[in-house]
Design a protein around this ligand. Structure first.
Ligand SMILES: [Zn+2]
Length: 201
């Protein structure tokens, strides 16, 4: 890893280091250099400050790992990321759940936090067979024109507060739905109810 200067830890925000933001087991296994380009540093810092820190605080202020932060183009292809993934602009972060942590409750906390501003919030990887699997993807738009990945520092870029639900059915088929915040709240409460009913049964 060449993200550290002389082994010095580079902090993006109070609780997130650059190494954590660029770490990828897939990159290591495939010998891909996933070093963050210097030009994307402002985006990474904004993502850490505006997304990671508020999410961390909202979800109990406890240390948590991130599944994916920055992805270079090759890495993004390898993990089957969207061709316009905000991970490539160092503007998105996948927040992993802690052991036994309920992803629906976590999702609800973020959806209901009125002052949590984001560009996109996705609940991803939730499968029918394992309702507690998955992670939360959240992004901060720091691009001038959405979908354009040439970075640039745009602190006043519009945050859309888009919400999407990505699920897998029992056959592993992926479904992606764009929903309103109210619909997402209803969906998560529904799932939570079903899960609790199953536990009591
Ligand atoms: Zn993601």
């Amino acid at each position: 890893m060449t993200n550290s200067t002389d082994g010095k830890i580079i902090r993006l925000s109070q609780h997130l280091n650059l190494d954590e933001f660029t770490y990828s087991i897939t990159a290591i296994r495939n010998k891909i250099d996933n070093t963050l380009p210097q030009s994307l540093m402002p985006n990474a810092r904004l993502c850490a400050e505006m997304i990671f820190e508020p999410v961390r605080a909202l979800l109990g202020g406890i240390p948590r790992t991130i599944n994916s932060g920055y992805r270079c183009q090759r890495l993004n292809q390898l993990v089957d990321g969207s061709p316009t993934s905000q991970h490539m602009a160092a503007s998105a972060i996948d927040i992993g759940m802690r052991d036994g942590e309920n992803i629906y409750l976590a999702f609800l906390k973020l959806l209901k936090a009125k002052d949590f501003v984001f560009d996109q919030l996705l609940i991803e990887g939730v499968s029918a067979s394992n309702p507690l699997s998955g992670w939360l993807h959240a992004s901060w738009n720091s691009l001038n024109v959405r979908g354009k990945l040439d970075s640039g520092f745009h602190p006043n870029a519009v945050q859309r507060k888009d919400v999407m639900i990505v699920t897998f059915d029992t056959e592993g088929r992926k479904s992606t739905r764009s929903v309103t915040i109210a619909e997402a709240i209803q969906w998560a409460e529904n799932r939570l109810e079903k899960l609790n009913a199953k536990r009591k049964a």
